[in-house]
Design a protein around this ligand. Structure first.
Ligand SMILES: NCC[C@H](CC(=O)O)[C@@H](CN)CCC(=O)O
Ligand SMILES: [Zn+2]
Length: 329
C-alpha cells in the first residue's frame, strides 16, 4: 500500500484542529494585572493601554466581582501612588500599610477569599528616581541594600495576605533574600515566590510606565534587566533563581522571547513557567487590529497559543477579561 504523505486529513475539521493543540488555553491559567491607585475614587482609562483602567479602592470591587463571576482566578497587583511626595530614594511607601497594594490586598481578600493574589514586588513605582532599586551616588544599583529593601516589601505584602510575591526588579540575589526573609518571618510555607527570572530590557514596557508612572527619571534599566540578545545570560539567570529558591519562573516579554521560554521549560521543567504578555505587546496587537492588519481576537489567540507551545503553563495578560468571555463561548 502507498504510504500517504497527506496530513490534511488529520486537521480537516475544527475539532481535529483542536486535537492538534498539545495544551489548550483555559481560564485558570490567566493572571490579570490590576493597577491600584492611591486615589480611592479613581477609575482612570489608561490611554496607552487600550481598555485598561487604574482603579481606586472605591471603584475596584464591582469590576473584579464581574470578572470573578466569569471565572477569573488570579490577579497581580501594581500600586500606582499618584501622590508625588510618596516617593523617596528607597521606595519607603511600597509597603506602607495604608498604601494601594496592601489596602487592595485586604479589600480583595475580604470580598473574594478564593481569588489568588500576586503582588509585583519592585521599588520603581515608589522611588523618586524611578529605578527598581536603591542607587549609589553614581546612579548604579546598591545591590545589598536594594535586595534587603525588596525582601522587606515582599514580607510585608505576605503579612498583609498576598498569596504570591513576584519580584520584578531583576537585581542579583533578590530571590534568595526574599525566600530567606519569608522563612525568618515564618511565611515561606504559604507564600509563592514567583521570580521574573528572564526579563529583558527593551522597548515593550512603555504603556506600563505610563500607567504606573514608573519610568526611570535618568538612564534606563539596562544595567539590571537582561540585554535582549542575551539568551545565554537568560539561561544563567534561570538556573540562578532556581538555586535561590524561586517557586516559579516568569519570562518577560513573551512574543519576542519564545526561545527563552522554551529554554525555561527545559531548564526549569519542574517549575511552573509564566509568560508575561507585556503592555507594549498588548498595545501593539490593539494598534495592528485598529489599522486592520489583523483581527484582535484571532491574533490574541494566536499569540497566546505561542506561549503554550513554548512551554508556559500560566499567562499574565491584559487580555484576561477578553479571554474569560472568549473561553465561555
Ligand atoms: N519593575 C519593572 C516593571 C516592568 C517594566 C519596567 O521595566 O518598567 C514591568 C512590570 N513588572 C512592565 C510590565 C508591562 O510592561 O506590562
Ligand atoms: Zn521596577
Amino acid at each position: 500500500t502507498q504510504i500517504s504523505s497527506i496530513l490534511a486529513g488529520g486537521y480537516a475539521n475544527p475539532l481535529t484542529r483542536e486535537w492538534q493543540h498539545e495544551r489548550q488555553l483555559t481560564k485558570n491559567m490567566f493572571i490579570y494585572p490590576l493597577f491600584i491607585s492611591d486615589n480611592d475614587e479613581d477609575e482612570f482609562l489608561i490611554e496607552s493601554l487600550p481598555g485598561q483602567k487604574r482603579w481606586g479602592l472605591n471603584k475596584l470591587l464591582p469590576f473584579v466581582s464581574d470578572l470573578v463571576s466569569k471565572g477569573l482566578r488570579s490577579v497581580i497587583l501594581f500600586g500606582v501612588p499618584l501622590n508625588p511626595n510618596a516617593k523617596d530614594e528607597v521606595g519607603s511607601s511600597a509597603d506602607d500599610p495604608e498604601g494601594p497594594v496592601i489596602r487592595a490586598t485586604k479589600l480583595l481578600k475580604q470580598h473574594f477569599p478564593e481569588l489568588y493574589i500576586l503582588a509585583d514586588v519592585c521599588l520603581c513605582e515608589y522611588t523618586s528616581h524611578g529605578h527598581c532599586g536603591v542607587l549609589y551616588e553614581d546612579g548604579t544599583i546598591k545591590r545589598k541594600e536594594s535586595v534587603k529593601r525588596i525582601a522587606a516589601v515582599a514580607v510585608n505584602y505576605a503579612k498583609a495576605g498576598v498569596d504570591c510575591v513576584a519580584p520584578s526588579d531583576m537585581i542579583d540575589g533578590r530571590v534568595r533574600e526574599i525566600k530567606s526573609a519569608l522563612i525568618d518571618a515564618d511565611l515561606a510555607h504559604k507564600t509563592f515566590v514567583f521570580a521574573y527570572s528572564a526579563k529583558f530590557a527593551g522597548n515593550l514596557y512603555g504603556p506600563f510606565r505610563d500607567a504606573a508612572c514608573s519610568a526611570p527619571g535618568k538612564g534606563d534599566r539596562r544595567a539590571y534587566q537582561l540585554p535582549s540578545g542575551g539568551r545565554g545570560l537568560a539561561r544563567r539567570a534561570l538556573r540562578r533563581d532556581i538555586n535561590e529558591g524561586t517557586d516559579g519562573i516568569i519570562v518577560k516579554p513573551s512574543t519576542f522571547y519564545l526561545d527563552v521560554m522554551a529554554d525555561a521549560a527545559e531548564i526549569c521543567k519542574d517549575y511552573p513557567i509564566c509568560a508575561y504578555h507585556v503592555s507594549g505587546e498588548y498595545a501593539m496587537l490593539h494598534a495592528a487590529a485598529e489599522k486592520g492588519v489583523c483581527d484582535l481576537k484571532t491574533i490574541a489567540f494566536e499569540s497566546h497559543h505561542g506561549f503554550l507551545r513554548a512551554g508556559a503553563r500560566l499567562i499574565i495578560s491584559y487580555f484576561t477579561p477578553d479571554f474569560l468571555e472568549w473561553l465561555s463561548e
